[in-house]
Ligand binder design. Structure first.
Ligand code: ASP
Length: 290
């Protein structure tokens, strides 16, 4: 039997009203093709997740990596996390300044330290010791995409994420963000928190996007897995249930999830969510709105 692979990407569920999303959709579609080819050629879910999130950070089209929003002091503090479902290992960084790829630093935390998360000055010290690529000129590196939204009443935020199932049946998830526009210095959202913004185990891989404070209080990413494990829910039912619980607290956003059989779920309760998927049965989809 041919091994099943599956892949899903998101470019955030932040404010998208009235904007032209052609470039994002084209970019997500291109990345999907690259990621699918890598998985079909036998790449690990973990490698593909890192590669996809790195490319999303680099694009400057989403509120992560180059496209990140500044905090209220005009500084860029980035958060990211990655989880390897097969080993149940995880790495994360938060309030990271000055490095090009937070997801790559998060993976290094996972693989080269006994810890799961490094914050602020410690994360920067570690990234420098590991020789991670630094940002030489923040003024030219960052191209914040949320400035245009700063005058709206909506909380301008965004994130990128990826979940993958590889031919060995292993799942992985990764998420990276610049957080919310005008956040307080030191504010950390759900994105780097394992169990809130990111989760992967032997059952499911999940990456979330939305108002982080609500995702933290509902432990959304781990809740998807718990609903499947304890309640026998499908990935669709578990994802919708976890999101609905978060919505009841007043938040909005969405998530992408893949189960072991290659079923992809991409629910959102926001106006739209930039997303793309290659389902286990080979179907592909790219979209922003319903
Ligand atoms: N969840 C992210 C945060 O709160 C933002 C987003 O996904 O749009 O930092």
């Amino acid at each position: 039997m041919k091994p099943i692979i599956a892949l899903a990407l998101h470019g955030g569920a932040g404010p998208i009203r009235n904007s032209d999303t052609t470039r994002e959709e084209q970019h997500l579609g291109e990345l999907l093709t690259v990621g699918e080819a890598a998985l079909l050629a036998g790449a690990s879910a973990l490698d593909v997740v890192e590669q996809m999130v790195q490319a999303l950070e680099e694009a400057g089209l989403y509120v992560a990596g180059r496209g990140s929003s500044p905090n209220c002091q005009g500084e860029f503090e980035l958060d990211a996390s990655i989880m390897d479902g097969a080993k149940r290992s995880a790495g994360a960084v938060c309030a990271l300044h000055g490095f090009v790829s937070p997801i790559t630093v998060a993976r290094a935390v996972m693989e080269r330290t006994p810890h799961v998360m490094l914050a602020g000055a410690g994360a920067m010290l570690f990234a420098a010791e590991q020789g991670m690529q630094t940002i030489t000129d923040p003024a030219t590196h960052f191209t914040p995409i949320s400035r245009a939204s700063a005058n709206t009443n909506e909380l301008a935020h965004g994130t990128v994420g990826c979940v993958a199932l590889d031919a060995q049946g292993h799942l992985a998830a990764g998420t990276s963000t610049g957080g919310v526009l005008n956040k307080l210095p030191g504010r950390v959202g759900d994105t780097p928190l394992i169990g809130a913004g990111t989760w992967a185990d032997e059952r499911v891989a999940v990456s979330c996007t939305g108002q982080g404070e609500y995702f933290i209080r509902a432990a959304v990413a781990a809740d998807v897995s718990a609903r499947m494990a304890y309640g026998g829910a499908s990935v669709d039912a578990a994802s919708a249930g976890a999101l609905a619980d978060m919505q009841r607290q007043g938040g909005d956003g969405g998530l992408i999830a893949i189960d072991r059989q290659g079923h992809v779920s991409m629910p959102y309760i926001s106006h739209g969510m930039r997303r793309a998927a290659r389902h286990g049965d080979g179907r592909k989809e790219v979209g922003v709105f319903r």
